[in-house]
Design a binder for this molecule. Sequence first.
Ligand code: ATP
Length: 345
Amino acid sequence: MAQVTLNNVRKVYPNGFEAVKPASFAINDGEFVVLVGPSGCGKSTMLRMIAGLEDISSGELNIGDRVVNDVDPADRDIAMVFQNYALYPHMTVAKNIGYGLKNRKIPADQIAAKVQEAATMLNLTEYLDRKPSQLSGGQRQRVAMGRAIVRDPSLFLFDEPLSNLDAKLRNQMRIEIKALQRRLGVTSVYVTHDQVEAMTMADRIIVMNGGVIEQIGTPSEVYHSPASTFVASFMGAPPMNLLNGHAAGGRVRVGDHDLHHHDHDRPLTVGIRPEDIVPDTTGPLQINVSLIEELGAHRLLHGTLQDQAITIHVGKDHPVSTGPIYAAIKPNAVSLFDVESGMRL
Ligand code: ATP
């Protein structure tokens, strides 16, 4: 069992900077959890603490049924895959994949069998005698994966493993990694700043901002019910529309448009995903479209709802033109946030 549990785990660097504020969460056995957030939010620090590459300033970290705060990285039964692959340039692919096993004094025939098995899984069998410099970026990343797999760890840790690859290869590799993780069933923690990677790969996403966990949830929860305006605008491209609104008399209004129900009388921030606003000649919203962004399979219409910027996502078959259009909001598609704190209401 490789459940990972953090109990008020905190990181203060020697210069006094608190990179991770006390964080508590549990990762289930076999789960694929993605830590996502902007540069500097503390996600790598969190991963490095789990790996044992960084001390924990306070709190308790469990992997399986052990407290590992003071356990050496080598004794945590984990395997890490890094962005820069960390391959040995002078060794063949086979030697690179088997390196960790050789260190553990495992007999050569067993190593060869494990390397062969991993290479088959990763489509690397024809490259086993090559050096890393004779491989493409995607193949190198697979070698790094192979090295992690043969160790048969109870936990995989990934630190932005795809960020050196071009967009097309990144899409392909994220499917491969996800499929492999499913097949092996190894608990995995994956760090990225790419919200698409987070959405497509994760069983659950942990969104971080400024050393704080903003939300933990399934991709669907994080996307459709963001816990804060930060999550609403970080997850999704283009981001959720965030409009200044006001609730009064049981109605939420943006300008003179009625959008939603709410019982209290207060200013609030109204969040609506671009794809939840649909052009509709009988719809209640009048939007002035100023720019059409053509994206092949769909289009983005950028414009204003009275004086506030708004973006709508429409299918490629929908006729579009600049100027005023009418639109409706899909049912249950409105998120409301407190203006001051940004937290979901
Ligand atoms: P990125 O995506 O850019 O790698 P990140 O979210 O992974 O960012 P971390 O590397 O975890 O962020 O860093 C979190 C914060 O801690 C940053 O503000 C960083 O400057 C700071 N930090 C990292 N290492 C140290 C250190 N050794 N001493 C002091 N501050 C540090």
